[in-house]
Design a protein around this ligand. Structure first.
Ligand code: NA7
Length: 541
């Protein structure tokens, strides 16, 4: 289609990451709509544009962390490592933007400030931070689930004499740690990736741990030519596997209980999974996320590994004092995390024993009165996940209803895709979708294609307004809660799945834990029953 001109579009997409790029392609090139993407960053790539911290790498295997909608793209692109590093993923997404000629409809350096639906013209009226205005029939948010930084409100940060950074807003020119005393707060997936890399160049690294975490070696390595050939030759089979299982990864969860095998066999299975590395450790048994006793066997194995790796018994004790069941927080995978604590220049502070009191001009002071002297503080403190990036935009639906108000007690969606009272708004990877419990590109392709098919359906019938019905939202919220309760996931009190990492955020289990395959079937069923749960209309009525 032609590059969209002017300020009135069929569709506006917010965000040019994995989701926004593909949504533009679907709407513009397959449906022939006029569409524009508004992107806050100075380049495409979303998460991979912003997260340039040391050690930033994807935890999905590269051959699965790819679009699967184009056989030619799969054939032509070559990943270099088992897990792609941030710069390589950013190159990939830039390649996609060029290859499909997407850039002409992407407006960079454009942060959306407000988006208001007007029932008088059935359009979304969008204003950017610099005051530009656009309108569109459809508004599609592709803002990411982990894109609004959580920077803890620690007294004294404004007086810190050194430099500080959040991992999700890392300077593009990089940070030189040579000769510096660095303090890192946070030991989630991000912190666990950053520690070994920062430790290797900093004079000293002090890790401030609030919640101990399991981690499994990634066993990253360059891909062999043989593997690359295999992945290309078997792309159809890999796609089918990813789309038919619960987690969207190219591995299948074993259909055996942890108690179907003897203790010795179970240990051998865990040892083999540990040696193989990666997220598929949790696929060792089918009941690791549903049966606490089964989970305990994995947790005990992983705690013992920490004690084997970490030589200093004090550090090992702090690192192994994990108080949530395995994989009830997003399980990190690492490249030398626990090993880094064997270095002379890495120390560990247990914030459960001695919480942070304040930040001083010279460092961080803990409640035992010790001031840890620092030149740089790294906040690996995560994100206001799933809802933060949406609520940062002043989104208003029918009758001026603010999304913030509609979600006061926690997010409420239908299928994670639509919100009652907000016609023609689609939220890719929204709360209530399974995306964050799944290999993300697989979830994104499903969401994007579902939305494109829905809009095509409407256009074919002259329909111009779609809105989730309140009772469909109610049942979906209930179903999301039931799915979570059937697992151990809500047992991790501190998890961002629950919003617990952000003070004052309502505690609601946000992702759909029923599995990607089941979700895909549910979405297909909704379509087959004539978009059940949605009100579809022709405007004006
Ligand atoms: P996470 O997983 O939310 O981890 C954030 C870490 O920061 C975690 O250890 C938190 O401890 C810690 N944190 C947060 N606030 C504080 C304060 N105020 N004081 C001390 N420590 C704090 O974010 P990541 O960026 O690592 O990973 C996000 C996702 O990206 C990940 O799940 C993957 O999907 C990719 P807590 O556990 O809250 O006690």
């Amino acid at each position: 289609g032609p590059a969209a001109e002017g300020t009135a579009f069929d569709a506006l997409v917010i965000g040019a990451g994995f989701a926004g790029l593909y949504q533009l392609l679907c709407l513009r090139d397959r449906l022939g709509l006029s569409a524009r993407v508004l992107e806050a960053g100075g380049g495409v790539g979303g998460t991979w544009y912003w997260n340039r911290y040391p050690g930033a790498r994807c935890d999905s295997e590269s051959h699965s962390y790819s679009y699967y909608f184009s056989d030619e793209l799969l054939r032509d692109w070559n990943w270099s490592e088992r897990y792609p590093q941030q710069p390589e993923i950013l190159r990939y997404l830039n390649h996609v933007a060029d290859r499909f000629d997407l850039r002409r409809d992407i407006q960079l350096n454009t942060r959306v400030a407000e988006a208001h639906y007007d029932s008088a013209d059935n359009r979304w009226h969008v204003r950017t931070e610099t005051g530009e205005r656009y309108t569109a029939t459809f508004l599609i948010t592709a803002v990411g689930c982990l894109s609004s930084a959580n920077i803890p409100d620690i007294p004294g940060l404004d007086q810190f004499a050194g430099d500080w950074y959040h991992t999700g807003g890392w300077p593009h020119e990089g940070v030189d740690f040579a000769g510096k005393r660095v303090g890192q707060i946070g030991t989630g997936s991000t912190g666990i990736q950053a520690v070994p890399v920062i430790a290797s160049t900093a004079e000293h690294l002090t890790v401030f741990q609030r919640t101990a975490n399991y981690s499994i070696p990634a066993r990253n390595a360059p891909l062999t030519e043989e593997f690359k050939r295999w992945a290309k030759a078997n792309a159809a089979g890999i796609r089918a596997t990813m789309r038919s299982n619960t987690n969207g990864h190219p591995f299948v969860i074993e259909n055996r209980s942890a108690f179907d095998v003897s203790d010795a066999e179970r240990d051998a299975i865990y040892e083999a999974a540990w040696a193989k590395g990666g997220l598929q450790f949790r696929a060792s048994f089918r009941d690791l996320l549903t049966d606490k006793a089964a989970n305990d066997t994995a947790a005990a194995f992983l705690r013992e590994k920490i004690r084997q790796v970490v030589q200093d018994p004090d550090k090992a004790g702090i690192l192994a004092a994990i108080d949530h069941p395995f994989a009830t927080k997003r399980p990190p995978i690492d490249s030398g995390y626990f090993e880094a604590f064997n270095r002379d220049n890495v120390s560990l502070v247990d914030l459960r024993r001695t919480p942070i009191e304040c930040i001083t001009p010279n460092g961080i002071r803990t409640t035992d009165g010790i001031e840890h002297p620092l030149d740089i503080i790294v906040f690996a403190t995560g994100f206001d996940a799933m809802t933060g990036a949406l609520l940062n935009i002043d989104i208003r639906g029918r009758d001026g209803l603010p999304l913030r108000q509609a979600w006061e007690a926690g997010p409420r969606t239908y299928l994670g895709l639509q919100v009652a009272g907000f016609p023609n708004l689609f939220t890719i990877t929204g709360p209530g979708s399974p995306s964050v419990l799944c290999n993300m590109p697989v979830a994104i392709e499903q969401h994007v294609e579902w939305i494109a098919d829905c809009i095509a359906h409407m256009r074919a019938r002259g329909l111009t307004r779609i809105e989730a019905k309140p009772d469909a939202v109610g049942s979906w919220v209930e179903h999301v809660n039931e799915a979570a309760s059937a697992t151990l996931l809500p047992q991790a009190g501190h998890s961002w799945y629950l919003g617990a990492n952000v003070p004052g955020k309502p505690r609601v289990f946000m992702p759909y834990a029923g599995g990607m395959a089941r979700y895909r079937e549910i979405c297909a069923g909704v379509v087959a029953r004539g978009y059940e749960g949605f009100a579809l209309e022709r405007f004006p009525g």
